[in-house]
Design a protein around this ligand. Sequence first.
Ligand SMILES: [Zn+2]
Length: 145
Amino acid sequence: MKWQKCGGRRRQVCPNCHYVLWSKESISVGGIVTKGDQILLVQRAQNPGKGRWTIPGGYVEQEETMKVAIQREIKEETGIITQPQRIVSIAELPSEKSHDVYVTFCLRYASGEIVRQPNEVGQICLTRASKRIAISRFDSTIIEY
Ligand SMILES: [Zn+2]
């Protein structure tokens, strides 16, 4: 693939078959997990944002729905089994290389004990906070991301 002007902007084009990569997306998901009036937060163990408290989440893998991806990420990072409720926000960052889309779900705790995944997660807590506070905190996290 080579970068060249095509259809009014620089795009990646195959010099052999002239295939044009019109767009490339990267989808990430985050989960606000509620258990009663508590919310599940994780502390990032890696940069960017090492030491910062955030909600669990990660990249959507090939052939995986976003719902399945967020349940998998939460299970991997915290050991918790969850039930997705609804999408609460969609954030995006389009650039020349990739259109990054970040979808935040609300999920309900279903079962399981907290088991920390030490590579990605420093600490885990269930904390009392209003959903509104958690979501606004998350929105600012997306923008910094
Ligand atoms: Zn080709």
